[in-house]
Ligand binder design. Structure first.
Ligand code: RTP
Ligand code: MG
Length: 140
């Protein structure tokens, strides 16, 4: 499998509970290298633009409020098959369905406040990385 990059967010529920280090330890243990990382506090409009694909979903407004409610940590993770590997380490969207040992099983509070985001395909990974980082900030 090829070396790949994916985009990750440690969400407000996790930064508020000081879980950044514990979550990063899980990424690194899975062979994902953190090649870029920054802590930022999104506005609701910035969160809305990031999640524009969900604009018609009933949870969209609540999701944007949540993502702007406290700082996030935006990251780029690199590794063999990084997109699929990251989603495996995150676990299912709803923590009630997440496998034991995954980030969401251990840390998520609800289907909405579920601690992490990870890109779902190569095209979205490229778009999401470019939304948050310049090429100079990616240090492999
Ligand atoms: P993500 O995009 O954050 O990595 O999560 P995902 O692919 O597992 O889930 P997705 O379907 O893309 O949904 C994006 C985020 O919206 C929130 N959500 N809330 N209240 C609800 O029913 C509901 N469903 C989704 C979650 O924060 C989810 O991660
Ligand atoms: Mg998604």
């Amino acid at each position: 499998m090829a070396l790949e990059r994916t985009f990750s967010i440690i969400k407000p529920d996790a930064t508020k509970r000081n879980l950044t280090g514990a979550i990063n330890a899980k990424f690194e243990a899975a062979g994902l290298r953190i090649v870029a990382q920054k802590r930022i506090h999104l506005t609701k409009a910035q969160a809305g633009a990031f999640y524009a694909v969900h604009a018609e979903r009933p949870f969209y407004d609540e999701l944007c409020e949540f993502m702007a409610s406290a700082p996030i940590v935006a990251q780029v993770l690199e590794g063999e098959g990084a997109i699929a590997k990251n989603r495996e380490v995150m676990g299912a969207t709803n923590p009630a369905d997440a496998d034991a040992g995954t980030i969401r099983a251990e840390f998520a509070q609800s289907v909405g406040e579920n601690s992490v985001h990870g890109s779902d395909a190569p095209e979205t990974a490229a778009e999401e990385i470019a939304y948050f980082f310049s090429g100079l900030e990616l240090v492999g």
